[in-house]
Design a protein around this ligand. Structure first.
Ligand code: SF4
Length: 280
């Protein structure tokens, strides 16, 4: 993993109202701005957070921790309205970006929510570091971990997600979270070239459900923010994985192996919080 410049900041707010793709949530929570995982396909590269970043550094070459994240959340969490918040953590960073190991900003926010629970909390990550916080997540009613697993093909993973954990390591994380009583969703988003049946069989013992998505619906811009990744997929011989409907066309495989009740799709799936016991 390349070294990222650390650019601490004092944030004005920690909860941001959601819209668009995350319609089932009321707010997103981002303890960091930027992300150190440097996924080749990351659509956040095409968003203002990177395009308008004042540091003039490439994506993943900088990381900006919100040093006052816990203070801001502690103030928000004591308001009566907080109990009605549906929080997605996080939408344009990974809350377990490697700097979290040292700073513990996400951990501090979780500790606050263990005392003042929102209505729902989805912790979205691809990092094994989430296991560190499994105890506190398990104590938050209406909380679960959505863990990114995009492929079972290590060649593809090394190519498109060189800084992300290996497939086998991710399965261990799922197992560990579940053993601690944490609700677990595998986010196959975006679904990358893989063996869908083999992937579904590997996930089956370890997940409460899976959500499957592709670049077209998942990047919030009909695939435009993923244009570079889509071109590279096609150029490397994966043209069929760079078409709209790549996730929808494979849902049947996942449903056959995991059961239809454990497979949801794209935006409607991400926003369906029934797996957390939270009604629509
Ligand atoms: S972990 Fe998510 S936010 Fe970070 S680089 Fe990868 S896709 Fe982007």
């Amino acid at each position: 993993m390349a070294h990222a410049r650390i650019l601490p900041r004092e944030a004005r707010q920690i909860l941001t109202r959601t819209g668009g793709y995350l319609s089932g949530f009321t707010h997103s929570l981002q303890p960091y701005v930027g992300c150190q995982f440097s996924c080749v396909y990351c659509y956040v590269r095409e968003m203002a957070v990177q395009k308008a970043n004042p540091y003039r550094l490439p994506w993943s070459a900088w990381i900006s921790p919100k040093t006052n994240a816990a203070d801001l959340l502690a103030k928000a969490a004591v308001r009566p309205s907080f109990g009605g918040r549906r929080i997605f953590c996080s939408s344009s960073t990974d809350p377990y970006t490697p700097l979290e190991r040292k700073l513990g900003l996400t951990a501090a926010c979780l500790a606050i929510m263990a005392e003042h629970a929102p209505e729902a909390l989805v912790v979205q990550t691809r990092s094994p570091l989430v296991v560190r916080d499994r105890g506190v997540i398990a104590r938050i009613p209406g909380a679960g971990v959505s863990f990114t697993i995009t492929t079972d093909d290590e060649r593809v993973r090394r190519w498109l997600e060189p800084d992300s954990p290996r497939f086998r390591r991710r399965l261990e994380v799922l197992a560990s979270l579940r053993a601690s009583g944490v609700l677990v969703q595998a986010a196959l988003a975006p679904l990358l070239p893989c063996d869908p049946a083999r992937l579904a069989r590997a996930l089956a013992p370890h997940v409460d459900r899976v959500v499957v998505d592709d670049f077209f619906a998942g990047d919030g811009a009909g695939g435009r923010r993923s244009a570079v990744a889509l071109k590279r997929l096609a150029a490397e011989g994966y043209a069929e994985w760079a078409q709209p409907g790549v996730a929808a066309d494979r849902l049947d495989v996942f449903r056959r192996i995991l059961g239809a009740e454990r497979v949801v799709h794209s935006e409607s799936g991400f926003n369906d919080l029934s797996w957390l016991g939270v009604a629509a």
